[in-house]
Design a protein around this ligand. Structure first.
Ligand code: FES
Length: 420
């Protein structure tokens, strides 16, 4: 195990970029950051009847998320107990059982081994009850977002979200009906370390006016100097490593006009309070540690799946208020697709940045040059308007907190190491 204390100076705002490139550090992340954390699995709207399933990853571990016969959401390791093949190779669907295509072992919706071809060839000691799918021990939901953890004794999900839940509600709790998914799940590969994306969504409004200058001009038709906007705003800094940045703006909220016109801002103000409607509900950004991020006005929720130190797979959903009529849902879907879909004009800028950083980081000298996370150092405070500690909109405060949490987990033996 590597002690990463010397690589992350979260208090001073300095990072050693080896944490983005080193294979051993990456393997330790899978063991100590991903395995014990609550990880986003799916949206509840993807499961309506028993047997509905969705396959995804927790870290690099493949999992099946499914609704069992008692309508309970469960998750299982998507790996056959016989020789290890996947028992489900579809992205999503509906089934009565998961049958491995290698030799035909079949598992029911509760993960039990219920079918073994040539069963008579096994010894009497072979007990199918011992060979069910490995189940994710804890699966829980927060306002339609389903999370799971391998940790056998985790802090409850709601507690792990902590003060971040207040900020998440600005996207998830517009009314009693909650949110639903529109369209499918977009998936694409980026040549960059997963943390580059997760930390940016937690902490980095700074890049917007530079990286997205062309996109902002395209959207508004105005010259760039007029697009130096949203200087006023806050950044939420959660001790659990979560973070959210948001302009504080009385008008510019849902950028898709149809959505903006449909929104009942008075009702939202009554439900969520003015501070939230004019803050976290604006076009900000957020990350729930470690690898779930969202963009409130786009309705974009996404996971940065790690695929080795140099690569991530982005999985992105568009969610909308269930109460939205079809034309408003469609407007939201198209707006998100055009801005933060895989070919979206903003998404392209971000992906280029992360890949560019990663591409040169393996250089011997380059890899030894520290990175700067000092913007807004010492500015976090409780301001009385937003819960918890917040910093300026232009700040690395949530990034420093993200890496402090990462360092803490990396240096803490996980439950599976206790016997070693
Ligand atoms: Fe699944 Fe053999 S690997 S049945």
């Amino acid at each position: 195990n590597i002690d990463v204390s010397g690589l992350v100076d979260a208090e001073g705002g300095l990072l050693d970029r080896v944490i983005f490139t080193d294979r051993q550090i990456y393997q330790q992340e899978l063991r100590r950051v991903f395995a014990p954390s609550w990880l986003f699995l799916a949206h509840a709207d993807q499961f309506h009847k028993p047997g509905d399933f969705f396959t995804t990853y927790m870290g690099e571990d493949p999992v099946i998320v499914t609704l069992d016969r008692n309508r309970r959401i469960r998750a299982f390791l998507n790996s056959c107990r016989h020789r290890g093949a996947r028992v489900c190779r579809a992205d999503h669907g509906t089934t009565r059982s998961f049958t491995c295509t290698y030799h035909g072992w079949a598992f029911d919706l509760e993960g039990k081994l219920v079918g073994v071809p040539n069963r008579d060839s096994y010894p009497d000691s072979f007990d199918t009850r011992e060979w069910g799918l490995v189940e994710v021990p804890h699966v829980d939901e927060y306002r339609g977002l389903i999370f799971g953890t391998w940790n056998p004794d985790p802090v409850p999900l709601r507690e792990a979200l902590g003060g971040m839940a207040w900020y998440m509600d600005a996207m998830l709790d517009h009314d009693e009906e909650g949110t639903v998914v529109v369209g499918g799940v977009h998936k694409w590969v980026l040549e960059g370390n997963w943390k580059l994306a997760a930390e940016q969504f937690a902490t980095d409004w700074y890049h917007v006016n530079m990286s997205h200058a062309s996109a902002l001009m395209t959207l508004s038709g105005k010259p760039p100097k007029d697009e130096i906007v949203h200087r006023t705003g806050r950044q939420y800094v959660d001790p659990g490593g979560h973070g959210a940045g948001f302009p504080v703006h009385p008008k510019n909220r849902f950028d898709a006009r149809t959505v903006h016109e449909w929104m009942d801002y008075d009702a939202l103000r009554e439900r969520l309070g003015g501070a939230r409607v004019e803050g976290p509900l604006t076009n900000g950004h957020a990350t729930v540690f470690p690898n779930f991020s969202y963009l409130p006005v786009n309705g974009s929720i996404r996971v940065w799946h790690p695929k080795g130190p140099d690569r991530m797979e982005v999985w992105a959903w568009t969610i909308v208020d269930k109460s939205m009529p079809p034309e408003v849902r469609e407007a939201q879907r198209l707006y998100n697709l055009r801005t933060f879909g895989p070919s979206g004009i903003f998404e392209q800028d971000d992906g280029e940045n992360w890949s560019e950083v990663q591409a040169i980081s393996h250089g011997f000298i380059t890899n030894g040059v520290a990175l700067n996370y000092q913007m807004g150092l010492g500015t976090e405070r409780e301001d009385g308007r937003y819960p918890g500690r917040t910093s300026e909109l232009y700040s690395d405060a949530a990034g420093r907190s993200f890496y402090a949490r990462w360092r803490e987990l990396m240096n803490t033996p996980a439950w599976h190491e206790e016997d070693q």
